[in-house]
Design a protein around this ligand. Structure first.
Ligand code: OAD
Length: 249
């Protein structure tokens, strides 16, 4: 029998009455699906490499084959992973409130596989490729995983994974839609993110300043914890389904 959890009735009431809920997710929401987060130690083959050193344009320029090996490993890992109860609860929440905007920093597509619609992929998608040549920077190219470093069919330049790397700008449409949603929502949920990487980490403060109730769902406190109205400490795969359950009572 699952443990009965009682959430603060003000938070539950705010969620129940919300006109627009904005959710920001990070790697923690996929942790229970077996996808390693960025700032926890990696396992196996890649244990001695720092993902923060691999996810940069400089790393790709230095050694594109090596960066591709890491991304292929992550693609494989994500392909084998299944959405968890946290992903599913957020997909369900979309049908329980009049409007829900889901912004994810994750590139794994697990929210979509759980049934979430119109997900804003703030940092791109790991299964897409993009031309690395500056002239075609935003051109998405066909995935071709059989070659060490795939090439852009249009210009022959090396192709790179279609994700946002450190030091790069967020796609304009994703950025604008996310900022607008944070400023417009009545409830903001920050789920499974360390809130260290901007501009995504700034969305909570935007929502808070605009008068929203802001809630952090994370087993650990973060840099932004003090900004939020409340924190629900625990794994998102446990907390989110229970939060949804409490909406029904
Ligand atoms: P991080 O790896 O920085 O943080 C993961 C967060 O998830 C931590 O705060 C953990 O406490 C929390 N966590 C772990 N397990 C959890 C669980 N089961 N349920 C809920 N929370 C859990 O990942 P992000 O915040 O997503 O960007 O990192 C942000 C960005 O930095 C990433 O999108 C990526 C990365 O470098 C780029 O690549 C540009």
């Amino acid at each position: 029998m699952p443990e009965k959890v009682r959430f603060d009735p003000t938070l539950v009431g705010a969620l129940r009455d919300a006109r627009h809920v904005c959710v920001l997710t990070g790697a923690g929401v996929s942790a229970e699906s077996g996808v390693p987060t960025f700032r926890e130690a990696q396992q196996g083959l890649w244990a001695k490499y720092d993902p923060l050193q691999l996810a940069t344009p400089e790393a790709f320029e230095r050694d594109p084959e090596f960066v591709w090996r890491w991304y292929r490993w992550r693609r494989e890992l994500v392909s084998q992973a299944e959405p968890n109860d946290g992903h599913r609860a957020l997909a369900e929440l979309q049908d329980l409130v009049p409007r829900l905007t889901l912004v994810t920093q994750n590139v794994d597509g697990l929210h979509q596989r759980a049934g979430s619609r119109d997900v804003i992929e703030f940092h791109g998608n790991i299964f897409s490729n993009r031309c690395f040549a500056r002239c075609n920077y935003d051109r998405l190219v066909e995935c071709d995983d059989d070659t060490a470093v795939p090439t852009c069919p249009a210009c022959g330049a090396p192709a790179r994974p279609g994700v946002v790397w450190f030091g790069e700008t967020i796609p304009e449409a994703a950025l604008n839609a996310s900022f607008a949603a944070a400023a417009d929502c009545d409830v903001f949920l920050s789920v499974g993110t360390s809130s260290l990487v901007y501009p995504a980490a700034g969305l909570g403060a935007i929502a808070q300043e605009a008068g929203a109730i802001t809630i952090e769902v994370n087993p650990n406190s973060t840099e932004q914890s003090e900004v939020f109205t409340a924190a629900l400490r625990g794994n998102s795969g446990v907390i989110l389904p229970k939060l949804l359950e409490s909406l029904a009572h």
